[in-house]
Design a protein around this ligand. Sequence first.
Ligand SMILES: Cc1cc2nc3c(=O)[nH]c(=O)nc-3n(C[C@H](O)[C@H](O)[C@H](O)COP(=O)(O)OP(=O)(O)OC[C@H]3O[C@@H](n4cnc5c(N)ncnc54)[C@H](O)[C@@H]3O)c2cc1C
Length: 349
Amino acid sequence: MAENDGYTIIGAGPAGIASAVNLSKHGYNVTLLEAAPRLALKPCGWGIPLPGTLPFKIPEESILKHIDGASLYVDGKHALDYTGNNLGVIVDKRVMLEELAREYGLEVRYKSPVTPSKLKSLSRKENLVIATGVPWYKGETINAVQIHLKTSTSWGEMFEFYFDSDIIGYYWVFPLDRNTVKVGVGGFRDAKTLRLLLSKFIKKDSRIRGSTPISPLEGAKLAVGGIIPSEDILAVGEAIGSVFPLTGEGIRPSMIIGYEVGEALARGKDPVQAIKKSSVYWKVSLQRRILEGVKKLAPKSRADFLRSLNPEVIIRVGLGDFTKASLLRLALKSPGSLSKILKSFIHTS
Ligand SMILES: Cc1cc2nc3c(=O)[nH]c(=O)nc-3n(C[C@H](O)[C@H](O)[C@H](O)COP(=O)(O)OP(=O)(O)OC[C@H]3O[C@@H](n4cnc5c(N)ncnc54)[C@H](O)[C@@H]3O)c2cc1C
């Protein structure tokens, strides 16, 4: 490696930072060009399930809460409680990204947007990685909105999910600390409808009704169309759809893909092949296939389908916590339609 070898990464979100962390570990200089005046400005629930599956340790000072379980409701009815130590963490995403940047000596240039026309003119030769998130993504997106509230209720250590078969999406309640929660909804509706649905949801729940907003209601698009690697210009993270389509979880998959691309670049390997070989790639592809099946069902059948699933199948498939071998076992525990998708996926991938 020449002394002045280096990379420029456009976008300092989880994916860009993760690529930079690994390139920096390999001794490269990395500069991140970030459009925003600070990190993690984009709306996000800050929930990271299974943090142990990340290729590096989440900085301790960024962890707001350890999550030990999840509750799932389907169209207002309780469907399952799942407990598992260290199921996830809630992080202060800004602190997490800033700490990683500090620890690995990354240079982040704030207020440095790269214009769309400049982005289009860039080529892979220039040691560049695009990590600009969903605006770059070419696949299907949904809307998601959320609000951060201070409540008089004390919160435990559970993620709460309220699936709504009408919008093919869910409401989430994520406790950040003892008295604050992030409450949001994502699904196949326009942002205005989701805002109305979220305010109805909040009014129905006595634990959050009348709470004080800590930040205003905010929203963004979310990539749910699966990973579409870009062949002409190297991109990582949500920019290529590195998000689990069934859950909208994007921090962990974007960081894993970002890190793996950093590894491929550092070792002189083809980064697009690295993306296609990543376990995240095929797990996201499987979830996308299931989502396509679920979209074809009538709302009532969607709810019945979700209620008919074995809790372990929901958790493992939802969190991408499976291997090819364990998928076969999960297929045997699944109802006919899902079992068929899982088995055909095992054979074709
Ligand atoms: C409401 C909502 C809640 C969510 N909650 C969760 C959750 O709880 N857990 C989870 O895992 N995922 C969640 N997600 C998804 C998650 O936020 C994203 O998938 C993840 O942040 C993607 O990381 P990224 O680095 O690829 O992109 P981003 O986080 O979008 O980062 C891209 C960065 O690039 C910068 N940028 C953009 N354009 C340019 C440009 N032209 N020049 C320079 N810089 C640029 C942006 O300012 C940004 O900092 C949520 C999404 C939404 C919308």
